[in-house]
Design a protein. Structure first.
Length: 384
């Protein structure tokens, strides 16, 4: 039986940098894009030679704005992946895009190439909010791009949204959700805006909705989207039946994945490693056969146990007492004591041997996870 593996390729180029974004990106030019694609394809081929026992069942091309490099370059990366790795017949193959970087012709070419899932960065349906965020598209362009993606043949489309924006009201947020529901995307991600150090919005420090209003926004998303048939399967993610992001679930359930491109991370063969956060250095390293790995760490059992608790509690799958004991040879009792206390406040719920967070619990997931990790640390076996 083949082990499964997720593949991630980070495209570091953007048309323009959004005011809130702290993901790694680089200025786009034809020469830089060609050099990157050549290096990434070589890196993928090299890694594939060591992964013969694995079957890739997800490929996620993110960024940056992957589609800004054009369909031919994306096809080159896709072909490098499918040639270097064995792919399952039902593999989920995702590419990210923004409404300003995906015309109908490009979308048709992506489907023809083999991409079967699109992640569309909408963020807001208010032109005012989009301008404040530094986005390069309008609400109308977002709607048009979604329609064009459906017409091109994308049967699995995810939409990214942001809430907790400066001056955003609860009414404005619910109107956005109601409009998006009418589009009928297969998957919706709702993220709270965080002002990250080093970004223009952090420096300008605009006033954001207070905690109570952001909590109302979060719970309204849960109510509206679950009422419309979406499963709230992870803290920030909602999906129609069988449309969960299979690739992202690998991260949340500790399955192996390999990353390519500057700033990408991998979790493979018991180790976690990261790639240099510099496109030129990445290209030089791959083409010159020098080191591009800047972090390479063996993950000890105690850390894996903590990751199991932290990541699984972010999903509606939750944590299982028997699984924890079997996988980590550690007692679940102290953890369960904490979860029982949260249960009395409607934050957690028990289903046999499995514990999950409620929607109210998702809202305070950081607090719950911190308490659970503290309880686990107090009962850590000596061998860990």
């Amino acid at each position: 039986m083949q082990n499964t593996l997720g593949l991630y390729v980070h495209i570091p180029f953007c048309i323009q940098k959004c005011a809130y974004c702290d993901f790694y990106s680089a200025p786009a030019s034809p020469g830089a894009m060609d050099a990157f694609v050549k290096a990434a394809a070589a890196h993928i081929r090299e890694a594939g030679a060591y992964c013969g026992k694995y079957t890739a069942d997800t490929l996620y091309i993110g960024g940056g704005t992957p589609t800004c490099i054009g369909a031919p370059r994306l096809e080159t990366i896709y072909k490098a992946c499918v040639k270097a790795f064995r792919f399952s017949g039902n593999a989920e193959i995702t590419v990210e895009t923004n409404p300003c970087a995906a015309d109908p012709k490009l979308l048709r070419k992506l489907v023809k190439t083999g991409f079967n899932r699109l992640s569309l960065g909408v963020q807001s349906l208010s032109d005012t909010r989009l301008s404040e965020l530094g986005r390069a598209h309008t609400a109308g362009q977002a709607a048009d791009t979604f329609g064009a993606a459906r017409a091109a043949g994308f049967k699995n489309i995810s939409v990214d949204l942001l809430y907790g924006l400066p001056r955003q009201t609860l009414e404005e947020w619910t109107q956005t959700l109601e409009a998006i529901i009418k589009w009928q995307p297969d998957h919706i991600s709702c993220y709270s805006l965080k002002l990250e150090e080093g970004t223009p919005m952090f420096d300008s420090n605009p006033p954001l909705p207070d905690d109570d209003l952001q909590a109302d926004m979060y719970l309204s998303a849960d109510e509206l989207l679950t009422g419309a048939g979406y499963r709230h399967y992870e803290v920030s993610n909602f999906a129609k039946p069988s449309r969960e992001s299979r690739h992202n679930l690998k991260y949340w359930t500790l399955q192996p994945y390999m990353g390519f491109g500057p700033s990408a991370f991998s979790d493979f063969d018991g180790r976690r490693f990261g790639i240099v956060r510099d496109t030129d250095a990445y290209v030089r390293g791959i083409t010159g056969k020098s080191e591009v790995i800047v972090e390479n760490t063996f993950i000890p059992m105690i850390e894996r146990a903590g990751e199991y608790l932290m990541l699984n509690l972010r999903t509606d799958r939750g944590v299982c007492s028997n699984d924890y004991t079997r996988l980590f040879r550690a007692s679940f009792d102290a953890i369960e004591e904490k979860l029982i206390r949260f249960e009395t406040h409607g934050i957690t719920r028990r289903d046999g041997e499995r514990w999950r967070l409620t929607p109210k619990g998702f809202l305070v997931s950081n607090r719950v996870i911190s308490a659970v990790l503290g309880a686990a640390a107090e009962k850590t076996p000596d061998y860990m």
